[in-house]
Write a protein that binds this ligand. Structure first.
Ligand SMILES: Cc1ncc(COP(=O)(O)O)c(C=O)c1O
Length: 445
């Protein structure tokens, strides 16, 4: 069998063929075993090869896999109810789609529709953050702040404003928390003033950063300030929990780490199904839902596979499994353990920072620890580390290019399934340590 018929995303990798997965491990057709320390791409929460999920899939496929239009099915109804019970506040209207980009695109359109319904017809812009990531479709990419992935498509992108991220290790204002007064949150106010609140529909952010700057967690005052600014200007607060949703940071949703802050819209994906099927959900407050349907008879948007019964049944089985096995609290516990065991790596010459919450952990690499100087991008330290760990049988997630300013910065993410054991954590830490030591030596440290 030849891989020559696939339109590959890159030619940089040597492809491996995977035959099966079990727990936190993937097995290649050549007999190699890989510890999936990044859950694919922060997706796998309950581990690979869980028989209950295969059974649920078989069961639903034997009944009906696809319906459309005027039909609802029980798995869709049950999954929406299950999700509504997990979300904060009155976020209980669930719009199903197939992936994270569709979730953020849907949020963009829901925000617009809400403002049309409530008479604020000029509101259309979405403010987001540099170094944020919301997906690859044009609306999602317009809101995203990952320079390297926007570059080729800039002519297509919507001219939405971006503010700097709440990145304390590299404060965009050269200041220090808490004396900084959270200028990064105040920046939202400044941008709204400059653009005109009448034109701003929503602000979108990943509560704890995922793929572009894994593990960055804003200070306690940050989201209360953002919420207050949004409220004052009638701007919806959208949180993108495609990575963090459904337990990855140790609570159902990462925004819950900021007690009392309830967003208007939550975008989810990845861990909703733990990767067993493509499914995502955009969840809105009752207020938004009712405002739209008070004025209009339909929300003209949607995708063919949104809410299909097979994906809903599979995601429902996954969420039931998470609940029955207390995996969200396990994720918090194992995340603390992993973070604690990784912290000593800060003594290695090129490790600048180790950060994160739950099982969403990031390591940043620096050329000079005292001055936090970054490596020359040509050295591609991130790939060197990820490739070396791969050869040792541990899968790490390369941090997206441009952590610091969109162009430079080296980092990795570690985000294993919530089911990981202590000995598997030790295996990750050992391989990461050996790998960094080896690369440091190669770099002349
Ligand atoms: C925070 C966030 N939002 C949205 C997306 C886009 O999701 P998808 O790749 O499923 O379209 C991603 C993908 O990594 C993400 O990390």
């Amino acid at each position: 069998m030849s891989p020559d018929y696939i339109f590959h995303r890159t030619l940089k990798n040597k492809w491996q063929s995977i035959s099966h997965g079990q727990g936190v491990y993937l097995y290649s057709t050549e007999g190699r075993r890989y510890l999936d320390a990044c859950g694919g791409v922060h997706v796998v929460s309950i581990g690979h090869g869980v028989p209950e999920i295969a059974a649920a899939m078989h069961d639903q496929a034997s009944k009906v896999s696809f319906t459309y239009g005027r039909f609802l099915t029980q798995p869709q109804i049950d999954l929406a109810e299950k999700i509504a019970a997990m979300t904060p506040g009155d976020l209980s209207r669930v719009f199903f789609i197939s992936g994270g980009s569709e979730a953020t695109e849907s949020a963009l359109k829901i925000a617009r529709k809400y403002h049309l319904a409530t008479g604020n017809t000029k509101k259309f812009k979405i403010v987001s953050r540099w170094q944020g990531w919301h997906g690859n479709t044009i609306g999602a990419l317009s809101m995203s702040g990952r320079t390297a992935w926007r570059e080729d498509y800039v002519p297509y992108l919507l001219n939405f404003p971006h503010i700097p991220p709440p990145f304390c290790y590299r404060c965009p204002y050269g200041d220090e928390y808490p004396k900084c007064g959270l200028q990064c949150a105040e920046e939202l106010e400044r941008v709204i003033h400059q653009e005109g609140a009448d034109y701003i529909a929503a602000f979108i952010a990943e509560p704890i950063l995922g793929t572009s700057a894994p593990g960055i967690t804003p200070p306690p005052e940050y989201y209360p300030m953002i919420r207050e600014i949004c409220d004052r200007h009638n701007i919806l607060m959208i949180v993108d929990e495609v990575v963090t949703g459904f337990g990855r940071t140790g609570l159902n949703f990462a925004i819950e780490h900021w007690e009392g802050v309830v967003p208007d819209i939550i975008c989810t994906g990845k861990s909703l199904s733990s990767g067993y099927t493509p499914i995502a959900a955009t969840i809105t407050s009752e207020k938004i839902y009712h405002a739209i349907y008070k004025e209009f008879s339909s929300f003209v948007h949607g995708h063919t596979y949104g809410g299909n019964p097979l994906s809903c049944a599979v995601a429902l089985a996954v969420q039931n499994y998470v609940e029955e096995h207390n995996l969200v609290s396990r994720c918090a516990r194992m995340g603390n353990m992993l973070l604690e065991k990784l912290q000593p790596l800060k003594t290695l010459p090129i490790v600048g920072d180790v950060r994160g919450k739950g099982l969403m952990i990031g390591l940043e690499f620096v050329a000079d620890k005292q001055h936090r100087t970054y490596f020359d991008a040509k050295k591609d330290v991130t790939s060197q580390i990820v490739n070396q760990a791969f050869d040792k049988g541990v899968l790490l997630m390369p941090g997206a290019p441009g952590l610091i300013d969109g162009i430079v910065g080296d980092h990795i993410a570690i985000s294993p399934p919530y089911t990981i054991s202590e000995s598997e954590i030790d295996e990750i830490v050992q391989v990461v340590k050996e790998t960094i030591e080896q690369i440091s030596t190669n770099l002349g440290y």
